[in-house]
Design a protein around this ligand. Structure first.
Ligand code: DSN
Length: 426
């Protein structure tokens, strides 16, 4: 078995990608080099372990397995069943959830499934405004969520830039939503799911926790878990969880058959079994003690980055961070998020421009950048490197048009990246 598998992975040269399609092979090599030689501070990205990558590129990619374990619409699903059952069992154990669906192709589809179980078209829902840190699927007008349901957005407090649960409760009492969505894409503070549940109970709403960003931190027990409070929790596996690109739904047992039916056949056809195998591996890795240490470092690195950037005159939205995200307001420097992310990319540091709460600039420009520490922590960067990176960011941003400075930083970035290779690329 071992031998058979390894012959598949090590494709004979005559069938290699570079022989079949040199264009794509060249681009993929260039992407490998780009990742290896740059500092990745995109908060939603990470580097998978070699084991996750191996599962993801395995031959189960070929298998159709529409349905669920033990009730498929195709034969030959014996191993697909084993893999999916393991992935489900591990997800439930990791998050202490009653039920899990591991087939959702993405976090957006996980949310779509949850909405379709909990809501009717046109129902009122409360979700965090995209411009304050929420996600497209939390009611944006350009997304199915905002087009299918009547979303009432809540935001952060103008003073603290944190969630104000009294204000959220007042809004809930006024609008009587059928569902409240708690979760965010660029909010750096702890979300109090217990408080959200008590607000939901007061107005007769259900609670959906979207932990796409913080799933790994929650799995490690370093941010509070929504599982005791939210009837449904959705997540992605590629961010802090360090798994493949995909979605996950965790729910109470009464909702499980509805969620399963909503994912398949409701929204999707065949599951991506290679991705489900890789999810299973990432759940296993997330149960190991080393994962807790990794998440502790993710948080420590984020706190260090925040305090260093603050020390260099930048304003940190909400004053700090409790997770892997640091939202930086560049207004004190007089530059936009767009200019900053472009200059930093040229210097070998990737971040994303990001709206800050109450941002006067449009979403394609923004006043801020979002930085995050999952990927650099995976490479082994620690607080010392965070201090150096903060210094490099400041150097680039305070000499935006100076290409000499940019080149110097680029060289320093390359040196740091050589010292800390991506696992599996060493
Ligand atoms: N695009 C993801 C992020 O960067 O947060 C959310 O889907």
């Amino acid at each position: 078995m071992e031998y058979y598998y390894s012959t598949i992975v090590r494709t004979p040269k005559e069938h290699s990608l570079s022989q079949r399609d040199d264009e794509i092979a060249r681009i993929l090599r260039a992407e490998e080099e780009r990742q290896a030689g740059t500092i990745n501070l995109i908060a939603s990205e990470n580097h998978v372990s070699p084991a996750v990558l191996e599962a993801q590129r395995s031959l189960i990619i070929d298998k159709y397995a529409e349905g669920y374990p033990g009730r498929r619409y195709y034969s030959g699903c014996v191993h697909a069943d084993e893999i999916e059952n393991l992935a489900i069992a591990r997800a439930r154990e990791l998050f202490k959830a009653e039920r899990a669906n591991v087939q959702a192709h993405s976090g957006s589809q996980a949310n779509m499934a949850a909405y379709s179980v909990l809501l009717d078209h046109g129902d009122t829902v409360m979700g965090m405004s995209l411009s304050h840190g929420g996600h497209l699927t939390h009611g944006s007008k350009v997304n199915f969520s905002g087009q299918s349901y009547r979303f009432v957005p809540y935001g952060v407090d103008p003073e603290t830039e944190m969630l104000n649960y009294d204000a959220i409760e007042r809004l809930a009492l006024k609008h009587k939503p059928r569902l409240i969505v708690a979760g965010a894409s660029s909010y750096s503070r702890v979300i109090d799911f217990e408080k959200f549940r008590s607000i939901a109970d007061r107005v007769g709403a259900r609670l959906l926790a979207d932990i796409a960003h913080t799933a790994g931190i929650i799995a490690a027990g370093l941010n509070p878990s929504p599982i005791p409070y939210a009837q449904i929790s959705t997540a992605t596996t590629q961010k802090t969880l360090r798994g493949p690109r995909g979605g996950l739904v965790l729910c109470d047992k009464q909702l499980a058959s509805g969620i399963d039916a909503a994912v398949f056949p409701g929204m999707q056809g065949g599951p991506a079994m290679h991705t489900i195998a890789a999810k299973a591996v990432c759940f296993l890795e997330a149960m190991e003690p080393a994962f807790i240490e990794y998440q502790k470092s993710v948080l420590e690195n984020a706190r260090t980055l925040a305090s260093e950037l603050k020390g260099h005159g930048m304003r940190i939205v909400s004053g700090g961070t409790d997770n892997h995200i640091v939202l930086v307001d560049l207004s004190p420097l007089g530059i936009s998020g767009k200019n900053a992310d472009e200059a930093l990319e040229a210097a070998g540091i990737t971040v994303n421009r990001n709206a800050i709460p109450f941002d006067p600039k449009p979403p394609r420009i923004t006043s801020g950048i979002r930085v995050g520490t999952p990927a650099v922590t995976t490479r082994g960067f620690g607080p010392g490197e965070m201090k150096r990176i903060a210094g490099l960011i400041v150097k680039v941003l305070s000499s935006l048009d100076d290409t000499r400075v940019r080149d110097q930083v680029r060289d320093e970035v390359r040196g740091m990246c050589r010292q800390f290779p991506i696992p599996g690329l060493a």
